[in-house]
Design a protein around this ligand. Sequence first.
Ligand code: UD1
Ligand code: CA
Length: 489
Amino acid sequence: MTDQVTAIVLAAGAGTRMRSSRAKVLHEIAGRSMIEHALVAVAGAGVHTTIAVVGHDRDQVTAAVTAHDPAILLAVQEQQNGTGHAVHVALQALDAPPAGTVVVTYGDVPLLSSQTLSELLVDHRAAARTVTILTAEVADPTGYGRIVRDHDGAVTAIREHRDATEAERAIHEINSGILVVDGEFLAHAVARLETDNSQGELYLTDIVGRAVAEGRPVGAHVLEDVWQTEGVNDRAQLARLGRELNRRLTRHWMAEGVTIVDPETTWIDSAVTLAADVTLLPGTQLLGATTVATGATIGPDTTLRNVEVGEDATIVRTHGSDAVVGAGATVGPFAYLRPGAELGAGGKIGTFVEVKNSSIGAGAKVPHLTYVGDADIGEGANVGAGTIFANYDGVTKNRSTIGRHARTSSNNTFVAPVTVGDGAFTGAGATIREDVPPGALAVSAGAQRNIGGWVADRRPGSASDQAARDALADAAQAEAEPNLEATGE
Ligand code: UD1
Ligand code: CA
């Protein structure tokens, strides 16, 4: 049976070396702030209650924590009097001392995984200890607290670098800062910490010496994967851990069946999901909540943020955000998908095409040199090269519609709001300011003329003709039976 687990995430420190107006723990790797990485890790380890300790930049940090999960408790540490003081402040956010087990972790150690925390908890329970510290053997232990052991190898204390003797400084086993501790002992021990150290702070690490003195079982869980214990203090460390996390993410997705031609130049955010048999070509960045279905190929040199990519779609040299690309559709090279761009199955957005807040139906094509803004393009339609949807009159934005199987010619301007009917055509260079009925050809050399029935005469039997006939038949029926239409029969 597992007991109640409370997590305390320390994030009150100043982060001076980041030289940033943004709080240190809000700097991101793999599309997530460092504090969110910490919160995701504790949540995945079966924690019931989480307390974040905030101090410096507390408004920014509080907002980020609450946005991530409003159930997380917040404790404000006005002055950073040490990790022991931070935990003391955290415990005051609870109504009573925590009954079960407490995990203490940091908001600036972004590679720590849920799995490691779970293993730490399992080890702690199996050995029935009061305190279990997560430690690691590192090449350069400078600055870290050292794990002091007796002749039998039992942990007796953690000594901070500044307070350590020469002999203790020679120890390479370091305190990661992450530990698991019995809740009642923690409350008891933290209330009795003293500031008799070189920094005059309350050291959380001193609870180890107290536990040993009281004859309580204390031990270390040594982590081989040193990366998971590394904290970030400056931007060089942020980049270094960001690259390592990306290496882990690309390796994970390759193991899941994704082909990544060049993992070094492929960047994948933590929240991205990829299906098996996706192919990522060099220079691809998949960001935010992007999802890619099986068989799709992305890249080279493509950046997608919050884009949903359907099965077997192909996206080449494209920049996209908050967009949807349907199954079997093709995009690029050199396309720009802005928020609200939706391309239907089998559709095409071609070269030097920008699409914003528009739907392009199944099988519809916008192949060349075009701006599509605030438009709905019906299935099977084809938009000619060099088309502009003039959606903005300088005051308001308006939508335009291109009907199913319509074929608009090169160098057209659609002055919104305007509707081109199903199966209609337009002439080259036309500026379309007025609606075009289904099946008409619109030309606009001089005044626009709508040549009714042009498609039926000149393109008989085509899909456009059929679409126009359907639309005209519907319209005729609606006119003949207005009452039935109105009552919905
Ligand atoms: C701490 C440990 C040290 C360990 C190292 C690992 C203590 C006394 N020392 O040292 O043994 O090897 O971490 O990185 O615990 N924080 C607060 N409030 C405070 C002080 C710190 O919230 O008053 C937070 C910081 O924001 C940071 C974390 O606690 O996330 C660690 O603080 P830091 O000052 O980096 O601790 P170190 O002195 O490096
Ligand atoms: Ca530190």
